[in-house]
Design a protein around this ligand. Structure first.
Ligand code: PA5
Length: 487
């Protein structure tokens, strides 16, 4: 069912690992391809090496800003025992119910979903249980307060104890703080449904992933006897995909999490060398940093497979929440091509010169489709007959990069040999490390998110939370809207 997860042997075979190495082609960022007026200067790029060396020291010695949250660097090296415990729980949940509801938001949502979308069947919930190899359908809630979506999912779930596993469901609630409103409200609602359906012995149907000791969710889980997994103190939400936050949902969906971590270790090893010519994370950070300095303050991640769209959303959050502070930080966006060439293509090609495109290309898809030859050529497409869709994708990418480059529009391309757990592990580690590196080059703390608290204060105040009187007073004293300016 997981699409092309390498076996454990493959994930440890050096030859296979070398073939799975992700490469960054940044020719179309530089003057020789982009031209003098708009290309970056390679000399200027590599002149950032001393600054990178300093950042490397800050990261490896854990002495930069926010270094108390650099624990994500250790996650690829967690013990086999920890991983096996996650797998055992995943198997237990899969055996209890054929639907699995995952509640979480932000860093407690996007990475897990990115893994499952990248590595399992694109229409997995529509497959019969046997075709999913006994792994449950996955549903996501607690990432919003959208009543339609929540009510619809509640409508799919049983209200009385089901007789067969096909109707049974389990619940995983993920929240590091244990207090995030969206997730906590959803948990209150789904918790009640689980209790209603399974009666007094409902605890085995719920798993909680939260702080080791703090927060309301921890207290509730301990009191009710739910199985729990802890998110390490030194790992921030959006850097937590390689903790049980991402690993448990991935394992429930049948993804080989050993291979995932092997991929992350492989990238960690590549990135132990500070040399910009060798280290793709430092190189990517340096390229984006230099591009912003030249006025390119929008970055568009363009995945050339639908399966990486959620990876793009995961990266949007990682970059936006990590780098958008102190009135700095590029604006990260996500697109899927060729779909969004019909939406954003015009703007990238001829709009403001403010965007750097990062392409994600998977060289070999898990499945391919050949375009048939049709007699009489009624639609005039026989010139592509015999080609596969992946060949068309590769040609479309080459054409797009050239079309951008001849107008001095910068782009770069990560070439991913295949989509599997090992390459996904590489990608996650690479982009996490690149984000911290870019933040340190910018002189900001890429590991905190003080700005996110502002909306929460006024939302809690408006909802009547007792300890928010001061915020409520401030809200009431706000400049009033005039009906004159509402049409
Ligand atoms: O990166 C972060 O810290 C945030 O995006 C959090 O992951 C998000 O707000 C969810 O928080 P929590 O896991 O505490 O519910």
């Amino acid at each position: 069912m997981p699409q092309s997860s390498p076996s454990r042997i493959e994930a440890h075979d050096p030859l296979w690992q070398a073939q799975m190495t992700i490469r960054l082609d940044f020719n179309a960022m530089l003057k020789p391809v982009l031209g003098e007026a708009h290309g970056l200067d390679a000399g200027e790029l590599f002149a950032l090496q001393p600054a990178i060396d300093k950042v490397h020291q800050q990261i490896t010695m854990r002495e930069g800003r926010g270094s108390e949250f650099l624990g994500f660097l250790d996650l690829p090296f967690q013990s086999e025992d920890e991983i096996s415990a996650i797998e055992a729980t995943a198997d237990r949940l899969a055996a209890l119910g054929d639907s699995h509801v995952i509640l979480g938001i932000g860093g407690s949502f996007l990475g897990a979903r990115a893994l499952i979308e990248a590595l399992t069947h694109p229409y997995r919930n529509e497959l019969p249980r046997s075709a999913r190899e006994g792994r449950p359908k996955i549903y996501w809630e607690g990432n919003n307060v959208d009543p339609d979506s929540m009510a619809s999912l509640l409508g799919l779930l049983p209200t009385t104890q089901p007789r067969d596993i096909e109707r049974a469901f389990t619940l995983n609630v993920i929240s590091k703080s244990g207090t995030t409103l969206e997730t906590a409200v959803a948990f209150r609602i789904f918790h009640e449904r689980v209790r209603q359906v399974y009666g007094p012995d409902y605890a085995p149907y719920i798993v909680a992933t939260t702080d080791e000791s703090k927060g309301k969710l921890r207290a509730l889980a301990d009191e009710k006897g739910f199985e729990t997994f802890a998110i390490p103190d030194d790992v921030g939400g959006r850097y937590s995909v390689l903790t049980p936050v991402g690993l448990l949902p991935a394992a429930v969906a049948g993804i080989d999490i050993h291979a995932l971590l092997a991929g992350a270790r492989f990238m960690a090893d590549r990135c132990s060398n500070a040399d910009l010519h060798e280290n793709p994370a430092y190189l990517y950070a340096a390229l984006q940093f230099l591009a912003v300095a030249k006025g390119y303050d929008v970055s568009l991640m363009a995945s050339w497979t639908k399966r990486l769209e959620f990876f793009g959303f995961w990266y949007d959050q990682l970059a936006a929440e990590s780098l958008g502070k102190e009135e700095k930080g590029r604006v990260p966006l996500t697109s899927v091509n060729t779909r969004d060439l019909h939406a954003r293509g015009q703007q990238i090609q001829e709009g403001q010169r403010n965007t750097v495109v990062t392409n994600l290309l998977v060289s070999k898809p898990n499945h391919d489709v050949e375009i048939p030859l049709v007699e009489g050529d009624p639609d005039g497409l026989n010139y592509v007959a015999g080609k596969t869709l992946s060949e068309v994708t590769a040609k479309a990418l080459e054409g797009t990069v050239f079309a951008y480059a001849r107008e001095g529009r910068p782009s770069m391309t990560f070439v991913i040999p295949e989509l599997n757990a090992f390459t996904m592990g590489q990608l996650i580690y690479l982009f996490e490390l690149a984000t911290v590196t870019e933040g340190y080059l910018m002189g900001i703390n890429p590991l905190d998110q003080p700005g996110v608290e502002a909306y929460k204060r006024f939302m809690f105040a408006n909802l009547g939370r007792a300890d928010m009187q001061e915020a409520r007073d401030e809200f009431e004293a706000r400049p009033k809207s005039s009906p004159e300016f509402i049409v």
